[in-house]
Design a protein around this ligand. Structure first.
Ligand SMILES: [Zn+2]
Length: 277
């Protein structure tokens, strides 16, 4: 689940800890997590970390004329460890050593193997080339205020080609904050609703970033303790007290408040109706 706030704050902590350090070793731990063939990851060794940043949900290490990207996907996490760490940790994806501590271990929970890393030559944007604008950009503002996307807003917010950095967690909270049904489309929104949506995107992400900036170290297993509605199906809505509902999909579920977002209407939950039938 790490989304823009988690990855941004993590990149700031890594930047503080590692800017100026040189890569000392790159230790791949999982088959097929490295998404590039050339340049070889060994060429990172000896190169100095000039900056650690973020684009969308990607963590970016700038190392002289190379760039190394990490994408954590749903279950990816990061441990910052002392130099004495070693072996083959459970769920290990890749481990980076520098000429100073900490050691950066990328690992992955669960059974999905989706976390990945890339080593890119100068001028190659790799997977960053496909990303849409950042949520705080004017380009995204223009999309929300004038766009005519006819798909569901929840899917649009999660589509990294339309806006980069938002996933299923903050999409739930953003729609709840803007009091919009997850089934509405951007094309169907009136101007005040569009303004409300844009404001909710920015406020929800800013507040989460503020909260993530209080975290120390890597990225722990348990994230998202500051979500208002995401993953809180069955508990009372923090605004009105009604029971939060969900719509389940194969890979995820959407949590919403019928009283705040759908004028009391309960959205059909296909998985549930299949079970009942
Ligand atoms: Zn509510």
């Amino acid at each position: 689940m790490p989304e823009l706030p988690e990855v941004q704050a993590l990149s700031e902590r890594l930047s503080d800890a590692l800017t100026g350090a040189r890569f000392a070793a790159v230790e791949p731990l999982a088959f097929s997590a490295l998404k590039t063939v050339a340049p070889s990851p060994e060429v990172l060794v000896g190169r100095r970390v000039e900056a650690v940043g973020r684009r969308g949900k990607f963590l970016i290490f700038d190392a002289e004329d190379l760039r190394m990207l990490v994408h954590l996907s749903q279950g990816g996490r990061i441990d910052l460890l002392p130099a004495s760490t070693g072996g083959r940790p459970r769920g290990g994806v890749v481990r980076f050593r520098f000429d100073r501590e900490p050691v950066v271990l990328v690992k992955e929970f669960g059974t999905e193997r989706k976390a990945g890393w890339w080593v890119l030559a100068f001028g190659d944007d790799g997977p960053l080339a496909k990303l849409g604008p950042e949520p705080f950009s004017e380009e995204f503002q223009d999309l929300v205020l004038n766009g005519s996307d006819s798909g569901r807003i929840h899917a649009m917010l999660r589509d990294q080609r339309q806006v980069a950095g938002i996933g299923r967690g903050y999409a739930d909270d953003i729609l709840h904050r803007s009091k919009l049904s997850p089934y509405r489309s951007l094309a169907s929104l009136e101007r005040p609703e569009r303004e409300r949506l844009l404001e909710a995107v920015r406020n929800v992400l800013s507040e989460a970033l503020e909260s993530e900036r209080r975290r120390t170290g890597g990225l722990a297993a348990k994230l998202g303790d500051h979500f208002a509605v995401h993953g809180r199906y069955g508990t009372p809505c923090p605004v009105c007290g009604a029971d939060l509902r969900r719509v389940s999909y194969q890979s995820h579920e959407v949590t919403y408040c019928p009283s705040c977002q759908t004028a009391g209407k309960i959205l059909a939950d296909r998985r549930l109706s299949r079970l009942v039938r």
